[in-house]
Structures are given as structure tokens and as C-alpha cells.
Design a binder for this molecule. Structure first.
Ligand code: SAM
Length: 222
């Protein structure tokens, strides 16, 4: 069946292009031991985030939705020594596991994990007068996606890259009458993007070990 092929091809890609990484394996093991849900990005997706961070020469990265810090570490490794990644996480337990994982990866000084509701944390960042970010990865509660996009635009400069994960949801995204608030959140995210002149975006469907989904990628216009 299709899923078997997706898994096999993900394994094939990962074996060839993504060298075994004892730290990242320990991170996933720590997440399993702490009973975190296995909803981190796949290795080949984590590497895509890292490549985008490198391609955009990102020095400041904002992540919304840390979980155990798996995607955080992929992106954090692309930062120069003086670079900074701020990641927001609602669940104190997730933030705690993520902090240990970030420390294990040697990224303690580049990564700041802020625990609490992302909407509150974003408002706080603004009060603190935070500088704009070069790359923003939105991967938390989907009903808040439209609000996260608005915040992302406030924290951006021309050229900032914004990525949103899980924007296909096994194709459910086209179900206009879906009662799933995550689907409706994603649909509102598209509607906002459609009428937002400040960003130029596309979305790509993906299949693989994590199922059938997709991501949005956009750039803030000059
Ligand atoms: N980016 C992570 C990775 O790939 O390793 C996965 C993030 S997981 C899909 C989503 C995370 O968002 C969960 O850890 C969840 O607790 C967190 N979350 C949910 N609602 C949130 C909120 N309102 N504010 C901040 N984080 C939230």
C-alpha cells in the first residue's frame, strides 16, 4: 500500500542523505521516555528546515511549538555562534525535556525556550522590543495559526521566511464543513495568506514516515 512505499522511500532518503546522528537519536529516545507524542518533524523534514536556515543565512529564528526540541536542534545547528533561536512551548513538561535536549546538543547559549501560551509569549516578546527574525517556523496548535501568522508578520523584515507545518492534514484541508478545529484553523490560515499582500507563499503536499500532510513556505515582500 501507499503508506508502505512512503515509509520505505523515507528510509531510503534518510539512509543516504542524513548521516546517523547519535545526539538526535538520543533526543528522540528522551522524548519517548518522557512520553511526548511522536509528532516532531521527520529527519528529512528537520534537515529541510536546517537547509532553509542556511540558505537564508538566518541569524535569528523564531519557532512556535517546541515539543522536545527536535526541530529546534535541526535549525539551531544552522546558526552562527552569535545567532539566536527563540522557541515557544505551552507545556512545561515539553519545555523541560526540550531544555535537556538542547543542552545535550550543545546549543544552550543559542537557544532560548520560553514556556507558556505562545500568544502570551509573543506579546511579551513585543513588549521587550525583540528584534525581527529571519526565519519563523509555526508548528503549534493549528486553530491559532492565523494569529501566529499575524505575529510572524510583525516580527519580520523584507526577506523573512515563514514556514507553517501540517497544512494539508491528510487532504482534510479541502473539507469546507469540517468540524475539526485544526482543519478550520489551517483553512483560515490559507484565507489570510490569500489576502495578505505582505507575503508571497506556496504550499507543498508531503508524504512519508509521518503520513500525508504538507507545509506552507512564504517570504515577506520588500
Ligand atoms: N516543532 C516540534 C518538532 O518538530 O520537533 C513539534 C511541535 S508539536 C507538533 C506542537 C507543540 O506545540 C506541542 O509541544 C504543544 O504542546 C505545543 N503547543 C500547543 N499549543 C500551544 C500554545 N498555545 N502555545 C505554545 N505551544 C503550544
Amino acid at each position: 500500500n501507499a503508506n508502505t512505499a512512503w515509509n520505505l522511500v523515507d528510509e531510503y532518503i534518510t539512509e543516504r542523505l542524513i548521516p546517523q546522528d547519535p545526539i538526535l537519536e538520543q533526543v528522540l529516545e528522551a522524548n519517548r521516555e518522557a512520553d511526548l507524542p511522536p509528532i516532531d518533524v521527520a529527519p528529512n523534514q528537520g534537515k529541510l528546515l536546517q537547509l532553509i536556515a542556511r540558505m537564508t543565512n538566518a541569524k535569528r529564528i523564531l519557532e512556535i511549538g517546541t515539543l522536545g526540541g527536535y526541530s529546534t536542534i535541526w535549525m539551531g545547528r544552522a546558526l552562527p555562534a552569535e545567532g539566536r533561536l527563540i522557541t515557544l512551548e505551552l507545556e512545561p513538561k515539553h519545555a523541560e525535556v526540550a531544555q535537556a535536549n538542547v543542552d545535550l546538543a550543545g546549543l544552550t547559549h543559542r537557544v532560548e525556550i520560553r514556556s507558556g501560551n505562545a500568544l502570551e509569549q509573543l506579546a511579551k516578546l513585543e513588549q521587550e522590543g525583540t528584534e525581527s527574525f529571519d526565519l519563523i517556523f509555526i508548528d503549534a496548535d493549528k486553530p491559532s495559526n492565523p494569529a501566529y501568522l499575524q505575529w510572524a508578520l510583525r516580527f519580520s523584515h523584507p526577506g523573512t521566511v515563514i514556514i507553517g507545518d501540517n497544512v494539508v492534514r491528510e487532504g482534510e484541508v479541502v473539507s469546507r464543513h469540517s468540524t475539526d478545529p485544526r482543519v478550520q484553523g489551517v483553512r483560515a490560515f490559507y484565507d489570510l495568506l490569500a489576502k495578505e499582500p505582505r507575503i508571497s507563499a506556496t504550499a507543498i503536499q508531503t508524504v512519508g514516515g509521518k503520513g500525508y500532510d504538507g507545509f506552507m513556505i512564504g517570504i515577506v515582500n520588500g
